[in-house]
Structure formats: structure tokens, C-alpha cells
Design a protein around this ligand. Structure first.
Ligand code: ADE
Length: 515
């Protein structure tokens, strides 16, 4: 992976930069390219040692970097001029004069040197000491060359830096997905098979709850409070299941916990959702009693959430996304959260089951969920694996949650008992499977309905509804949409405990509060 990235970097960044530099280099070289020049050639040394004392003509080789010129080196120690050397002269020194004139103010070691450009321009030489710059044209020409080169170099460096930055950004973008997988509903990518987005900056503040799968933390994501459910490595399946559910089309609903994202970390897996400081309905009922109106609000919103989960929506035409029916399979007061306005939202979809039309429901193990909330057919291990059978199991549990709410409601005007879980009074805090089977299946035991609850018309109606939810005969149970219909009518009953009507089909309107 690393070497592939390096190759990409070399191909896309370094190579173009090099080519660019070469082009720039060659273009600046073109500025100083010269025509071949012919010069007189002579060497006093050769004359003395080899007897070659003739002045010859040589064609100077043209070099793209250095201009070709002629030169003369002579000495003048005794008043007479002795030519030491003549020939071609290739150097970057500006040598733009047509005659070979040494302008040096002083001789160095009794030697003079001049260079010139042009055909045999070194046949003559002169020493004319000058304090000023030889020609007015030479300097600007040299400067033009230098500036072009400098601009070229600066441009080249700029382009190389730009290419390196682009390359680095490209490589970083390639690397990100391999670090983690994440999905966001704030920044949705719902149908991607590999939903990879940036990890959010979340500070974990406080542990709020421990569940079957991992721990729920209160977290801070910028200005937003969030809940982070952390699944250990071994519960990856639940994490996957939970996000699969949240990602389903049209799942979003005011009474379904709002999903923010899922992240894969080094050691664990996260599901990020909205945070609700009231916590779960179970926690709330432990520390609060509720009024009749509060009960109505919680019950109706909870039923709306369950109805939405169970409902199959759309999918009739192409492009109309289908929301399949979903069974929760662990419905209980701990998995119902209370928002600030005391409306409910359903959470924890780690055991949920999706029912795609025309597809088998897939799951082979029916006895899942929390023992205390298991319907008789689940405890018996006698469920038939159909969609409706699973939905009815949720409705049974919903009946128990309605009982928990009524048990903490003060509408009847009498004393309200301490909070207990369903069957806690009868079977204690940790009933075994056998105890549950014996009592719920064999004896058809259900949580006790207190007579004083029946003194309040509304509460009494809710008690009727819960009984229809936990019917032993699964097929006789209400559907979640019927539960919703029923509880949405319940707030018509007066707040006072007066039992006005015994027929709960015709609730009495109370003009003292709005519906
Ligand atoms: N407990 C479990 N999930 C929670 C959430 N989203 N907000 C507050 N408490 C929770």
C-alpha cells in the first residue's frame, strides 16, 4: 500500500515537476545559446616546448550553457607585449565586446586578459584601463538573463511546492478510509456499502448505562450533547445490526432515537445518537411519579414509535424507498428514552429483525430478549417464525411497560407504590427462565392491576389496553397501531380520579383541559 502510494506520488508529483524544471532550464539556456565562433589560437608554452609557434585558426565549440568567445592573455613586464595564449573562451563571464580590450585598471602579475565575441576578434588586443562599466548595453542584457533565470527558478519552486501539496492531500485522502469506518445521518451516505467518513471529535463525559451490549456514555460533540454506545469487539454483530436498522430508509421518526453515526475504533465500535438527559423510562419511573397527562404523553409517543417501527411504508413504485417492518425483540422500559418534553423514543436495535417483503425472516433463534419481558410463546419456545408473530411479541412487552407507567401514576389520588419491574413483586429481581415459564406460561400470571387504578376512568382504560396487549393468545393481542389509537384517545379522560364511565369505548371529554 505504502509503495503504491509512493509510486503514485512519483508519477503524479515528482516527474511532472522534474520535466517542468528541465523545460524551464532549457528555455533559460536558449537565451544564452551562441553561434560557433572562429578564433586565433596560440600558446607560448607550446611554442617553447613543441616548437609550434604559428598562430592558427580554431572553430570554437558551441556550448548551450556558455557562450563561445575569443581571448588573448598577454604579459607586459618589460614594456614589450608577449602573447602568452590565444584561443576560444567559453565562460559565463559577460564578454560582449567585438574587440579584445582589457579594461582592468591594474595588471595582475603583469598579465593582461581580454575576451571578445565575433569572428577572429582576438587577432588584436588592447589594454585600456577604465573605471566605468565597459558598455552600457552589456549590463542590462546580463541582468535580463539573470532575472529570467530567477523568475524561472522561483516559478519552478512554486509549482513543485504546489504539486507536493496536491500530492500530499491526495495521499491523505486515500489513507483516511483505511483508518476507520463511519457513517453519519448528519452527513448521510445511507446506501453506501462501505460508509466511510471522518471520525467525529467526541469527548466522553460520563458513563450512563450498561447494557447487554456495551456501555452508554454521555458525550460532547462540539456544542451538541450526544450519547455514545460503545460495543466491545466481540459484539460487533450487534453494532452492525443496530446501524443497519438506523440506516434503513424512512426509519427516522420523532419517537425513534435519533441516529448520528457509527464509528469503528481500534478497540471497540461506537453508535452515536441523540442524548436525552432524562434517561430511560425505567430510570425516570424509579425516581418520579407521573401525572395523568404525563402518562398519556409518554404512552402515546411510545406507541407511535412502536407503530412506526412495525409499519411497512412505501416501496410501491420504483424509487419509492421501502421501510420494512421491524420487530424490536427487546422492548422494555429501559429501551424507551424520555426526551426533555417527556415524549418517548425507542432505542437499542441490537436484536431487531427486519422483514423484507417476500424474503424469509432469516433468524433461527427465537428466544431472545429480556427474560422478564418475554411473551409466553417465547418462554415456551413455541413461536412461529412469521413477521406478525414477532410483532405480537413486542406488543406483549409493550403491555408490561404500560403497566409500569400506570403503577407510578398519581391520577387515582391515592398513594403511589415504589417502582418495581414487572413481576418483581411476584418473582423477585432475577427470575429464572423456569420461574418465568411456570408463572407466565403455565399459570398465565400477569403483573397485578391495583383496584385503585380502576377508580380513574383513564387509568382504567389503560389497564384494559395493557390486558389486551399481554393476552396469552398472541393473535388476540392488539396491533401496535391499535395500541397507538387507543392511547391517543386516553387523554380525553379527566385528570381527576372520578370514575364517570365504566364503558371505556366512549371516553368522557373533560372541558377543563385541551386534547
Ligand atoms: N441511555 C441509553 N441511551 C441513552 C441516550 N441516548 N441518552 C441518554 N441516556 C441514555
Amino acid at each position: 500500500m505504502g509503495s503504491l502510494r509512493s509510486r503514485v506520488f512519483l508519477i503524479y508529483v515528482v516527474a511532472p515537476a522534474t520535466v517542468l524544471l528541465m523545460l524551464l532550464g532549457s528555455s533559460s539556456g536558449a537565451v544564452v545559446k551562441t553561434q560557433p565562433v572562429e578564433c586565433e589560437s596560440y600558446s607560448l608554452q607550446k611554442c617553447k616546448t613543441e616548437g609550434q609557434c604559428n598562430v592558427t585558426m580554431v572553430k570554437c565549440e558551441s556550448d548551450s550553457d556558455k557562450p563561445s568567445n575569443c581571448f588573448v592573455l598577454w604579459s607586459n613586464s618589460t614594456g614589450s607585449t608577449v602573447i602568452e595564449m590565444k584561443g576560444c573562451f567559453s565562460n559565463n563571464v559577460a564578454c560582449d565586446q567585438n574587440e579584445c580590450i582589457d579594461h582592468s585598471v591594474e595588471q595582475r602579475n603583469n598579465l593582461n586578459f581580454c575576451c571578445c565575441k565575433g569572428f577572429q576578434c582576438n587577432s588584436q588586443h588592447k589594454w585600456i584601463p577604465t573605471t566605468t562599466v565597459p558598455t552600457e548595453i552589456e549590463v542590462p542584457q546580463k541582468n535580463t538573463l539573470d532575472s529570467a533565470a530567477i523568475i524561472g527558478i522561483v516559478l519552478a519552486i512554486g509549482i513543485v511546492i504546489l504539486l507536493i501539496v496536491i500530492g500530499a492531500v491526495y495521499i491523505l485522502k486515500q489513507r483516511k478510509p483505511s483508518r476507520f469506518d463511519s457513517l453519519s445521518s448528519h452527513e448521510p451516505e445511507p446506501n453506501s456499502s462501505s460508509p466511510c467518513l471522518d471520525k467525529r471529535q467526541i469527548d466522553l463525559i460520563q458513563e450512563k448505562a450498561r447494557g447487554r451490549f456495551g456501555t452508554v456514555w454521555q458525550g460532547q460533540m462540539k456544542a451538541e450533547e450526544v450519547a455514545v454506545k460503545i460495543f466491545p469487539m466481540q459484539d460487533k454483530e450487534s453494532w452492525q445490526k443496530e446501524q443497519d436498522i438506523y440506516k434503513l430508509p424512512r426509519l427516522k421518526h420523532p419517537n425513534i432515537l435519533e441516529f448520528i453515526g457509527a464509528e469503528k475504533h481500534m478497540q471497540d465500535f461506537w453508535i452515536i445518537t441523540a442524548y436525552h438527559s432524562n434517561g430511560s423510562l425505567c430510570d425516570y419511573l424509579k425516581s418520579h411519579t407521573i401525572t395523568w397527562m404525563e402518562l398519556c404523553k409518554i404512552a402515546e409517543s411510545m406507541a407511535r414509535g412502536l407503530m412506526h417501527l412495525h409499519e411497512e411504508i412505501g416501496g410501491g413504485t420504483k424509487g419509492d424507498d421501502l421501510k420494512p417492518a421491524i420487530a424490536h425483540r427487546d422492548f422494555k422500559s429501559k429501551n424507551v428514552l424520555l426526551k426533555d418534553d417527556l415524549t418517548a423514543c425507542i432505542a437499542d436495535f441490537g436484536l431487531a429483525m427486519i422483514f423484507e417483503p417476500g424474503k424469509p425472516c432469516g433468524d433461527t433463534h427465537g428466544q431472545v430478549g429480556t427474560r422478564r419481558y418475554m411473551a409466553p410463546e417465547v418462554l415456551e419456545g413455541a413461536i412461529n417464525f412469521t413477521r406478525d408473530a414477532f410483532l405480537r411479541i413486542d406488543v406483549y412487552a409493550c403491555g408490561l411497560v404500560l403497566w409500569e407507567m400506570v403503577s407510578r401514576c398519581d391520577a387515582h389520588g391515592g398513594s403511589v407504590a415504589e417502582y418495581t419491574l414487572p413481576f418483581e413483586s411476584e418473582l423477585g429481581p432475577h427470575p429464572t427462565l423456569e420461574q418465568m415459564q411456570e408463572n407466565v406460561v403455565m399459570k398465565k400470571l400477569r403483573p397485578r392491576i391495583n383496584e385503585k387504578w380502576r377508580t380513574h376512568a383513564g387509568l382504567s382504560a389503560i389497564c384494559d389496553t395493557m390486558e389486551e396487549c399481554w393476552d396469552h393468545d398472541a393473535e388476540a393481542r392488539l396491533s401496535s397501531s391499535c395500541v397507538m389509537e387507543r392511547v391517543s384517545q386516553h387523554n380525553r379522560y379527566p385528570t381527576t380520579p372520578l370514575l364517570i364511565e365504566t364503558n371505556t369505548d366512549t371516553p368522557v371529554k373533560d372541558s377543563s383541559y385541551s386534547i
